[in-house]
Design a protein around this ligand. Structure first.
Ligand SMILES: NC(=O)C1=CN([C@@H]2O[C@H](COP(=O)(O)OP(=O)(O)OC[C@H]3O[C@@H](n4cnc5c(N)ncnc54)[C@H](OP(=O)(O)O)[C@@H]3O)[C@@H](O)[C@H]2O)C=CC1
Ligand SMILES: CC(=O)N[C@@H](CCC(=O)OP(=O)(O)O)C(=O)O
Length: 393
C-alpha cells in the first residue's frame, strides 16, 4: 500500500479541515488557512472513510469517473460497485487506468448488499433507473446521474423518453442538482437528479442572466458540441472511430431530449415558459463540451452588462469561472476538471450577444457535479476531492 503525505496548502485532496462545513470559493480560501497534515492512501481503505458509497454502473464512463475522483476524497470510500455485463470483474480489469484502486469486485445489482452503504451514485442508463432507485433502501442518500428524475412533470418525461414514469411518488421528493443554482435545496435532499451535460453547460450562464432580466427569454439559440464519451461506453455503430473521426455531425435536430430539461430550468429562472432552439453535435474528441449560445439583449444593454453580471454572480464560486473580456473558453482548458469556463462576446448584430460555455462532460457534466452534490448533501465542503486542475495539453 503506497501512502502519500500532504502538508501543503496546495493539496488537491481537500485534506481534513478543522472548521466544519462550507461550500464555495470563499471556503477554499478559508480552508487554506486551516489545512492540517493528513495522510491519503492511493488505495481506497473503507475503514478510514466516514461515508460508505455504492457506485451503481461502475463499469461505465461516468461510474469509472466517480471512482477516479473519489481516489482523492478524504471522507468517501467505496464499499459497493455494480455492473451489468461486466458483473464479477474487478475495476482494474475493466478500466486498466484504475488498476491501483483496491476496491471490491463489481456485482450485479440483483446481488448487491446495501447494508454497508450510506449513499449511492447511480450511473445507469435512463429508462432503467426509476425502478432500481424505487427498490433501494430509503435510508440511502442518492445522486442519480441519469435523466430519469430530472423532469418534474412526469407527462413530459413520458413524451420525451417514450415511456411512462415508473416512480411518480419518488419524483415528488427529487431536487434538481445544478449545484451553484440550487445549493440550498440540495443540502436537505435525499434524492438528487444530477443535470445532463448539455443542460449544465447551458443553464450555468443563462440562469443568472434570465433571472436578472438582462436577456430576452425568447430567441435563445443554443449550438452545443460534445465529445463521444457523452454517449457512454456501450458499443454503437454511430460512435465507431470511422464514423466520428475527421468530421462532426448534428443529431437530435429539433428534438433532443435535453430540450425539456433546459427549458424547465430557464422557465424557472424567468417565472414564465421559455423555449429554445437547441442543436447538439458530436465532435471527434473523447471528452469535452462547448455550448455557443446566441441571445438577444434586454433593451439598452450591451455585452459588458452580461459579462459583469456573470462575474458578480459567480465570483464566490469555486467551479464556475467567468473569463476576462475577450478570452475564448476552450474545452482543452477544463478537461479532467470540475470547472465551467464562460465568456460573453458582442455580436456584430446590434442588440445581440454570444455566450460560450465549456465543461468536461464527464466531470462538471456528470460525475464531478454528482460528487459536488453529495458533498453538499453530506455537509462536507463542496470542493472536497474536486480540486483537480484541468489536464493540459
Ligand atoms: N457520459 C456522459 O457524459 C454523461 C452521462 N450521463 C448519464 O449517466 C448515466 C451513465 O452514463 P455512462 O456512464 O456514460 O453510460 P455507460 O454506458 O458508459 O455505462 C452504463 C453502466 O450501466 C450498466 N448497465 C447498463 N444496463 C444496465 C441494466 N439494465 N441494469 C443494470 N446496470 C446496467 C453498465 O454495465 P455494463 O458495462 O457491465 O454492461 C454500465 O456500468 C446515463 O444515464 C447517462 O445518460 C449524464 C451526464 C453525462
Ligand atoms: C454524445 C451523446 O450522445 N450525449 C448524450 C447526452 C449525455 C448526457 O448528458 O446525458 P443524459 O444524462 O441525459 O443521458 C445524448 O445526446 O443523449
Amino acid at each position: 500500500m503506497t501512502t502519500a503525505t500532504f502538508s501543503s496548502i496546495f493539496s488537491p485532496t481537500g485534506c481534513l479541515r478543522k472548521d466544519g462545513v462550507s461550500s464555495s470559493k470563499a471556503d477554499t480560501w478559508n480552508a487554506k488557512k486551516v489545512f492540517v497534515k493528513c495522510s491519503v492512501s492511493t488505495k481506497t481503505q473503507k475503514a478510514e472513510k466516514e461515508v460508505r458509497l455504492g457506485v451503481l454502473g461502475a463499469s461505465g464512463y461516468t461510474g469509472s469517473e466517480i471512482v477516479r475522483l473519489l481516489a482523492n476524497h478524504p471522507h468517501f470510500g467505496i464499499t459497493l460497485m455494480t455492473a451489468d455485463r461486466k458483473a464479477g470483474q474487478s475495476i482494474g480489469s475493466v478500466f486498466p487506468h484504475l488498476v491501483s484502486q483496491d476496491l471490491p469486485k463489481m456485482v450485479a445489482i440483483k446481488d448487491a448488499d446495501f447494508s454497508d452503504v450510506d449513499a449511492v451514485f447511480c450511473c445507469l442508463p435512463h429508462g432503467t433507473t426509476q425502478e432500481i432507485i424505487k427498490g433501494l433502501p430509503k435510508s440511502l442518500k442518492i445522486v442519480d446521474l441519469s435523466a430519469d428524475f430530472r423532469l418534474r412533470d412526469i407527462s413530459e418525461y413520458e413524451e420525451w423518453y417514450g415511456q411512462a414514469h415508473r416512480a411518480p411518488e419518488l419524483q415528488k421528493e427529487v431536487v434538481y442538482g445544478l449545484t451553484e443554482i440550487l445549493r440550498e435545496e440540495i443540502k436537505g435532499a435525499r434524492l438528487v437528479a444530477n443535470p445532463g451535460c448539455y443542460p449544465t453547460s447551458v443553464q450555468l450562464p443563462l440562469v443568472p442572466l434570465i433571472k436578472a432580466n438582462l436577456i430576452e427569454p425568447k430567441n435563445i439559440i443554443i449550438d452545443s458540441k460534445s465529445g463521444v464519451s457523452g454517449a457512454g461506453r456501450g458499443a454503437k455503430e454511430a460512435n465507431l472511430y470511422t464514423e466520428i473521426a475527421e468530421g462532426i455531425y448534428s443529431y437530435g435536430v429539433t428534438r433532443h431530449r435535453h430540450v425539456p430539461e433546459i427549458e424547465q430550468g430557464l422557465s424557472d429562472a424567468a417565472s414564465s415558459k421559455v423555449t429554445v432552439s437547441f442543436t447538439p453535435h458530436l465532435m471527434p474528441m473523447s471528452r469535452g463540451m462547448q455550448s455557443t449560445i446566441y441571445v438577444e439583449l434586454a433593451p439598452g444593454l450591451n455585452f459588458k452588462d452580461l459579462h459583469q453580471h456573470l462575474k458578480l454572480s459567480y465570483e464566490d464560486e469555486e467551479f464556475v469561472v467567468v473569463l476576462e473580456e475577450g478570452a475564448v473558453p476552450r474545452t482543452h482548458n477544463t478537461r479532467g476538471s470540475n470547472y465551467c469556463f464562460i465568456n460573453v462576446f458582442p455580436d456584430r448584430i446590434p442588440g445581440r450577444a454570444i455566450i460560450i460555455s465549456v465543461i468536461d462532460n464527464l466531470v462538471k457534466g456528470a460525475s464531478g457535479q454528482a460528487l459536488q452534490n453529495l458533498n453538499v448533501m453530506m455537509g462536507f465542503p463542496e470542493n472536497t476531492g474536486l480540486l483537480y486542475q484541468p489536464l493540459f495539453p
